[in-house]
Design a protein around this ligand. Structure first.
Ligand SMILES: Cc1cc2nc3c(=O)[nH]c(=O)nc-3n(C[C@H](O)[C@H](O)[C@H](O)COP(=O)(O)O)c2cc1C
Ligand code: SF4
Length: 402
């Protein structure tokens, strides 16, 4: 293991190694969006785990844009508790970079506790169609959230463009709004470009990091990565143009994902149903890496484990996380490897890999338990290795069976 343990420069900062904890929503904030004891426990463990970058899960920029009832929030009311949490993490480990993912849930804002809004008309009449002015105000909310992230001691933010939430809706060809935010590619990227400028003005031009995670191909008709509002065939022309734009706008990294968890979950997180999904993630990251020179992060690595997976390679060593992480980093597929579910199964994963104590790792089984918890609006974590989350999942399954 060589490259995984080497540092990497991200903007003006240094991540101590190439493993990274992806943002993982766990729905355990209080009713205002403040971290609770459970949230503190999770992030303390991740800090101990020592990944090069620790992403915070998707933090909602307003209380009315929550996808989850107990989603963590980033606004005035939550600033002091976030500050306390980040300070604790930095006290445990001052090396890992801590970045906050900021989001607006758009059409996925939970009805009942949030305001269901949409960027462009769809069959669902319930969602309020946002006006141009409301969209601009949301851009201001993002800038405000970015400033709070800086004030509370984070090393940077991830401006979330992936997984079907508001910013992803904006980008796709199906966004046929008639005003300056829809239709042509130039109009669909306008919100991103304008908001990045607002964020930069708010946080100043120093070493505070700004990056974005986006879904290169969403797998729905008219989704990002298709050539038109009714097309389904994968065509990365626009996503690659978008990646170039991110670099031109001065972003410090790009985190490459795909799919929409609520609609195309297997595309987001590979499982035994389609193990080769991990290869697709490698391909997507590589395609982006070819067109930019800022660091590119790859996704979808949890299913690889220690090689106990269903990939069609006879040698288990050549199927493992370590094998593929090293190979992809050395062959220019990506610059950092992101783990999602594996960071719930074992928050100390990075440390154990880097220290060579892989026999002690709790490997993620890609069983879907954590996703089921999140879908059910329950407190979320690994339902295999934690009795606490196992019990919650059992209860949900029992209720469903009745
Ligand atoms: C419970 C759960 C919560 C997630 N929360 C987020 C999130 O807040 N932001 C995000 O960009 N992706 C989120 N994801 C997606 C993961 O970051 C990751 O992309 C996905 O699980 C695939 O990577 P993996 O194979 O390493 O798990 C979540 C996934 C799961 C299962
Ligand atoms: S619940 Fe299953 S999929 Fe989720 S982290 Fe645990 S083992 Fe992995």
């Amino acid at each position: 293991m060589n490259i995984l343990s080497t540092p990497i420069k991200i903007g003006q900062r240094l991540a101590p190694n190439r493993i990274l904890n992806q943002p993982m929503e766990c729905n355990d904030a209080d009713e205002v969006g403040n971290p609770t004891g459970l949230t503190f426990q999770r992030y303390r463990k991740l800090a101990e785990g020592g990944a090069g970058i620790i992403f915070f899960e998707a933090l909602t920029i307003t209380q009315e844009s929550r996808a989850r009832k107990n989603q963590l929030g980033i606004y005035e009311k939550t600033a002091s508790s976030l500050e306390k949490l980040i300070k604790e993490m930095k006290g445990i480990n001052s090396q890992s970079l801590v970045l906050l993912q900021i989001t607006h849930s758009g059409r996925q804002s939970g009805p009942g506790f949030s305001r269901l809004v949409t960027v462009y008309p769809m069959a669902d009449e319930e969602a309020h169609m946002l006006s141009g002015q409301e969209i601009e105000e949301i851009g201001n909310d993002f800038a405000r959230a970015a400033l709070i992230a800086k004030q509370v001691g984070a090393d940077g933010i991830d401006f979330k463009q992936c997984h079907g939430y508001l910013c992803a809706e904006m980008l796709r060809p199906a966004n046929i709004r008639k005003d300056r935010y829809g239709g042509s590619f130039g109009n669909r990227i306008r919100f991103f470009a304008e908001t990045v400028e607002k964020i930069k003005r708010a946080v100043g031009g120093d070493s505070f990091l700004l990056g974005a995670r986006f879904s290169v191909y969403e797998g729905i008709p008219g989704g990002f990565g298709t050539p038109g509002p009714e097309e389904v065939v994968e065509d990365l022309s626009e996503p690659l143009e978008f990646a170039r734009l991110m670099e031109r706008l001065g972003l410090d990294y790009i985190n490459v994902s795909a799919g929409i968890p609520a609609i195309t979950p297997e595309m987001v997180r590979p499982t035994k149903n389609y193990p080769e999904g991990v290869y697709r993630h490698f391909g997507w990251a590589k395609a982006v890496k070819k067109v930019v020179s800022i660091p590119v992060i790859g996704s979808g690595y949890s299913y690889l484990r220690d090689g106990k997976n269903d990939l069609k390679e006879p040698d288990p060593n050549r199927r493992s996380f370590i094998y593929w992480a090293e190979k992809n980093l050395s062959q220019g597929v990506c610059d950092m490897v992101g783990i999602g579910r594996q960071s719930l199964a074992d928050p100390l994963f990075a440390k154990k890999i880097l220290e060579g104590i892989t026999s002690e790792i709790n490997y993620c089984l890609a069983c879907g338990g954590c996703s089921q918890l999140l879908r059910s609006q329950a407190q979320t974590g690994c339902a295999v290795y934690s009795d606490f989350y196992k019990r919650i999942l059992k209860e949900i399954q029992k209720q469903k069976a009745h």
